[in-house]
Design a protein around this ligand. Sequence first.
Ligand code: MN
Length: 290
Amino acid sequence: MPLDAYRRKRDFTQSPEPAGAARRRPKDGRGRFFCVQKHLASHLHYDLRLEHDGVLLSWAVPKGPSLDPAVKRLAMHVEDHPIEYGDFEGVIPSGYGAGIVMLWDRGTWTPDADDVGAALQKGDLKFTLDGYKLKGSWVLVRTKGARWAAGGADRSWLLIKHRDEWAGPVDIAEFAPLSVKSEGDFADILSQDDPDVWRSNRPARSGEAGALFETIIRRAIQMRSERSGRSGRSDRSGSGRSRSARSPRPERSERERSERERPERSEQSERTERSVRSVRSVRSVRRRRR
Ligand code: MN
């Protein structure tokens, strides 16, 4: 049954994740849903999910997608997720996938070939993304020897950006690190979900799960301060691609950086618009360079 593996791994009395159901989508010609969830668990990774046949096909991408066509990113095929999962953002306090889930990108995807099942069997799925951060032509290609199977050992794929106007040497994960749903970072999601945890930074939890969760909280705080440190510098250093590395990046104001409360809605929207403008200007810079 679809989603059996997904449900087997989770205790929905303990996890806020949706139990979901496989859903038929109306054939109305609209694009299919896709999302990327940034998941701070025992290891930070990005989960790429593509709607197909009433579920979300899912790959865990440890380093996240790269816009550089020369970079092949490992993508581990994992269990199908329910469609409802595509909107999920929040804290999984314990159990499978314990950590913080951020909705990092969402939009629609279009397979190049009509027969997605055949493309998966073949291990070569070409598609176009129309998301907020990820756009243009991509391919998921299965590594040699692996087969199309849910779970199991044969699940290594590579996620590769095709060369097009949306490709380029921008580190998209660093360039646009925040949620497309709440516009916050992991620490914001944590504080929204459980303000007490954030205030004390020290949840009164014991045992292994509690220790892991503390590590994750520390990591969330550390990631925020690292980002603040970076945006305080006027330029990025040390990259071999010096010209393009100077692409504009979203900057946070001093006030925003020092802010520890959740910003007002209007400020959040402003910040998002700024980062969208920055992404657009990266594109125009690239066009001018041609
Ligand atoms: Mn995950």
